[in-house]
Write a protein that binds this ligand. Structure first.
Ligand code: HEC
Length: 116
């Protein structure tokens, strides 16, 4: 019952968020590189890679600049971001932000204390 209520409340919000996306962007060529780990539509191929689909455009941009400058340290993403121009970063951020977020159903019953 709790789950039905949750779905009823949040599903329309998810749809509204998708519908609000700004004008669609053409797929940047460099998406093929990112796709190996994050998936072409931002649905990651492995649990160790984050999903990017539906993430905030500004957040993605900020993260890529931080990897590029070394402010955010990660060997894999540092190397990836080093090859990206500012224009690439803008296009990739727009692309992934406009893809559908991964849909999942949180299990509200599992965490200790969640049933209270
Ligand atoms: C070889 C696998 C691999 C490839 C290729 C790759 N990434 Fe990543 N990406 C990762 C991993 C691993 C992380 C998590 C790094 C960390 O812990 O900071 C990550 C993190 C990110 C994040 C931050 C996500 C968050 O939630 O903070 C962004 C944005 C991102 N990648 C964008 C890209 C883009 C754009 C490309 C293509 C140019 C790309 N990645 C290519 C593996 C990859």
């Amino acid at each position: 019952m709790k789950r039905i209520a949750f779905t009823a409340v949040f599903a329309p919000l998810a749809l509204a968020a998708t519908a609000q996306a700004s004008s669609p962007v053409a797929k940047p060529d460099k998406v093929v590189v990112c796709a190996a780990c994050h998936g072409e539509n931002g649905v990651s191929t492995q649990p160790i890679y984050p999903n990017l689909g539906g993430q905030q455009e500004t957040y993605i941009e900020h993260a890529l600049h931080a990897y590029k400058s070394g402010e955010r340290k990660n060997a894999i993403m540092g190397a990836q971001a080093a090859t990206l121009s500012d224009a690439d970063i803008k296009q990739l951020a727009k692309w992934f932000s406009q893809q559908s977020p991964v849909v999942y159903t949180p299990d509200l019953e599992t965490p200790e204390g969640a049933k209270k």
